[in-house]
Design a protein around this ligand. Structure first.
Ligand code: CA
Length: 651
């Protein structure tokens, strides 16, 4: 008896050890169904949740968001790794939570990871189908259908867009602000969506608008602000951007109205997604349905933290990979989102990103996918497996941000006073040239002299997102002021113009931080993620004060759209059609584009970037060439290029 007991205990221990080992690896067969969460069937509503090791799961139904006691409690039945219940449609429009009994105790009451509609602050799920809550004509809504190589991205925060008094927009800080057109600033100039349309960009990239945690949706929003990189419910829109967070349908309908209005202007919508970490670990819906599964761990079993936010998700776990894919497909299909920007994409594994791209391309061949090819800390998953910038060439149909061109142009984001090519830096030519070719391999790039990369990282030019500033770090204007405190406003303006000019003429996908086209400032605040509106809001009167810069950016965008040679189709074409010209002076870059390769209206285009603080003479054969941008003085055999400026010639 005793022996058997000991043996039994030993087996139990072995099984338990084995289970633990399995939890930190891939523990289960993937569930192949696509019906996790609520499904609305003909006569019944079904709920499913993945929780292989739960001992019991309760589905609580509440009358509303406030009531303390559930009106019904349903026991879920176990089917392999999935728990399921089906219930009457009478419960539609009520609220729900689940509670999981695991390893002898109840975990915290939670919504499920797949929840698509919630009460205020995302605490309870709403038994409702988002498909039933749409504005008029939504069923005809289509993707924007803009090819990646034509994309010009404009990065914007929902609240910053409209909250300033001088936005002229009524629905301040709300999704509905995007439905207002012909809005005006104090000087009568167009603001809001009309401004963005007139600027000529193709996609509006919105900072996180899934349900995030840091704003209390039930309180006044006057003194609350956040960028939103703190995910709570991935498949639910953020409540504070709706006119009534207590009505689960309001945020669903109003977000669709915003997307509809943006599409109506011919623009695409890119959603900033943050699958790399959750705001809470212990209180996340993942941890309260299957503890220990969804987050990566260090060898000592502590949570790893490549996000710098306390945890990192595990896309290498089959059911988190599945979650990401299904969540993205849901946003694409239900909300007609045209593209996704992956925060700290370097945390996700390459296989997951490639599967995502393939699945989304099936839904929308024009889908635009890009991300940050880095992390905020070390990860236990080997570098070779993760979607880091250096591995971008292993990704299909996914682009990465080029910090090479960003910091080459205006200096490091890590040192406020370090300058780049346009603001007095030295030796930045090669980093900028690397960006100009779209971070692909090009025979004229000397990688030894480039700041951040020893080799090409993009296989194709569209895999490079070219930018000089974004919501992170100082705005371009603030950075230029910081690096050049004694320069005049006129000189700062010239630097800003040149910086944006380089971004808008480079191979790859240009990306603009909202307001950089009119000298947006955040008063030198470098990390404004929770700074008040007065720092973050877009001051729309700057449009009228900096009309010259705005007109210039509009013109550059127009030139880019007119001349296909600024966006060659392949790396091969860039290597064949982009030749750097000999430039003996420092801080001067010049190159020639062969338009014949892409049926450009011009067979020859010459771009000259003079980042010196004095005019230079540049030898040029003017046979048939005319300046189409900039202000050169044409001599007999050379052109005088004004200080801190760009000139474009074309035939
Ligand atoms: Ca929220």
């Amino acid at each position: 008896m005793k022996k058997t007991y000991v043996l039994g205990l030993l087996i139990l221990l072995l099984v338990q050890c084995n289970m633990k080992k399995q939890v930190s690896k891939i523990p289960v067969e993937a569930y192949s169904g696509t019906d996790l969460g609520l499904t609305f069937q003909q006569d019944l509503i079904q709920f499913k949740v993945f929780s292989p090791k739960a001992e019991k799961i309760l589905f609580n139904i509440y009358q509303d968001n406030e009531s303390e006691e559930p009106i019904y409690m349903l026991n879920l039945a176990k089917q392999n790794d999935i728990w399921v219940t089906r219930f009457s449609k009478e419960y539609e429009q009520l609220y729900y939570t689940i509670k999981v009994f695991y390893e002898g105790k109840w975990l915290s009451e939670t919504v499920d990871p797949y929840v698509k509609m919630t009460s205020a602050n995302g605490k309870r799920g709403f038994i409702g189908n988002p498909n039933k809550f749409s504005p008029p004509n939504w069923k005809d809504e289509k993707f924007a259908e803009i090819p990646s190589r034509d994309a010009i991205i404009y990065e914007l925060h929902v609240r910053d867009f409209s909250v300033a008094q001088n936005s002229g927009i009524q629905q301040k800080g709300k999704f509905l602000a995007f439905t207002e057109t012909d809005t005006k600033n104090s000087f009568g100039a167009e603001t809001g969506l009309s401004h963005i349309k007139n600027l000529g960009v193709t996609h509006i990239h919105l900072l996180p608008f899934f349900d995030y945690a840091s704003i209390d949706e039930t309180q006044s929003l006057d003194d609350q602000y956040n960028w939103g990189y703190d995910p709570q419910n991935y498949n639910t829109p953020e409540g504070s951007y709706s006119t009534d967070p207590t009505k689960p349908e309001a945020r669903v309908v109003e977000l669709k109205q915003a997307i509809q209005a943006i599409h109506k202007q011919g623009l695409g919508v890119v959603m900033d997604v943050v699958y790399n970490h959750t705001f809470n670990t212990e209180n996340s819906s993942f941890e309260n349905t299957y503890p220990g599964y969804y987050f990566r761990k260090n060898a000592d079993s502590t949570l790893s933290n490549a996000s710098g936010c306390g945890n990192e998700t595990a896309s290498d776990q089959v059911m988190f990979q599945k979650f990401m894919i299904e969540s993205l497909k849901f946003w694409a299909k239900e909300y007609k989102i045209d593209g996704f920007r992956f925060d700290l994409m370097g945390i996700h594994d390459i296989e997951t990103m490639n599967k995502i791209a393939a699945e989304l391309k099936n839904i929308n061949p024009y889908v635009l996918l890009y991300g940050e090819g880095w992390t905020a800390g070390g990860s236990p998953l080997p570098d070779s497996l993760r979607a880091l910038k250096k591995n971008t060439f292993k990704l299909t149909d996914v682009a990465a941000f080029s910090d090479d061109i960003r910091d080459g142009i205006k200096g490091s984001v890590f040192e406020a006073t370090s300058p780049g090519l346009v603001n007095g830096g030295k030796g930045k030519e090669e980093s900028v040239k690397f960006g100009i070719v779209g971070n692909i391999n090009h025979p004229q790039i000397d990688f030894k002299k480039a700041d951040y990369s020893n080799s090409a990282w993009a296989a194709e030019p569209f895999q490079s997102i070219n930018y000089v500033s974004c919501h992170d770090n100082l705005t371009l204007y603030d950075k230029l002021k910081e690096t050049n405190p004694t320069s005049s406003e006129e000189e700062i303006l010239a630097m800003q113009k040149l910086a944006l000019g380089i971004v808008l003429t480079s191979q790859g996908i240009p990306f603009l931080h909202a307001g950089s086209e009119f000298l947006r400032s955040k008063n030198g605040v470098e990390n404004s993620y929770k700074s008040p509106d007065k720092i973050n809001q877009i001051d729309w009167d700057l449009i009228s004060k900096n009309e010259e810069l705005l007109k210039d950016v509009q013109k550059l965008i127009e030139i880019r759209k007119q001349h296909k040679a600024f966006a060659f189709e392949s790396a091969e074409q860039v290597r064949a059609g982009l030749k750097f010209l000999n430039t003996p002076q420092n801080n001067v870059i010049a190159y020639e584009l062969n338009g014949n390769l892409v049926d450009d209206t011009s067979s020859k285009i010459v771009v000259i970037i003079n980042a010196q603080r004095r005019a230079i003479k540049f030898p040029i054969d003017f046979l048939n060439l005319k300046p189409i941008y900039g202000d050169p003085k044409i001599g007999k055999t050379d052109a005088t290029i004004p200080k801190t400026s760009m000139v474009i010639f074309a035939n």
